[in-house]
Design a protein around this ligand. Structure first.
Ligand code: SF4
Ligand code: SF4
Length: 70
């Protein structure tokens, strides 16, 4: 199973990760960080293939996908 980690301090709510995820595993949330930006959250991580596209494309290195033992 994959788990989403967002660094709330670094995320600027651009939602590139949400838009670019080919599996729609992420979605925008109603959680706001200290800078007033909306953070992404898990939509359905069972769809995640650990392709790392979200990590590669995030301009602020604010997202990480952790793969947990099944
Ligand atoms: S791409 Fe990075 S900065 Fe943009 S919303 Fe996703 S985690 Fe936040
Ligand atoms: S690793 Fe790939 S499939 Fe998983 S959330 Fe990121 S972009 Fe989507």
């Amino acid at each position: 199973m994959k788990k989403l980690h967002i660094h709330p301090k670094y995320c600027k709510g651009c939602l590139i990760c949400v838009e670019m995820c080919p599996k729609k595993a992420l979605k925008p949330s109603d959680q706001i960080n200290s800078r007033g930006y909306l953070l992404p959250v898990e939509n359905d991580m069972s769809r995640c293939t650990d392709c790392k596209l979200c990590e590669i494309l995030c301009p602020d290195f604010a997202i990480a996908i952790e793969v947990e033992d099944e």
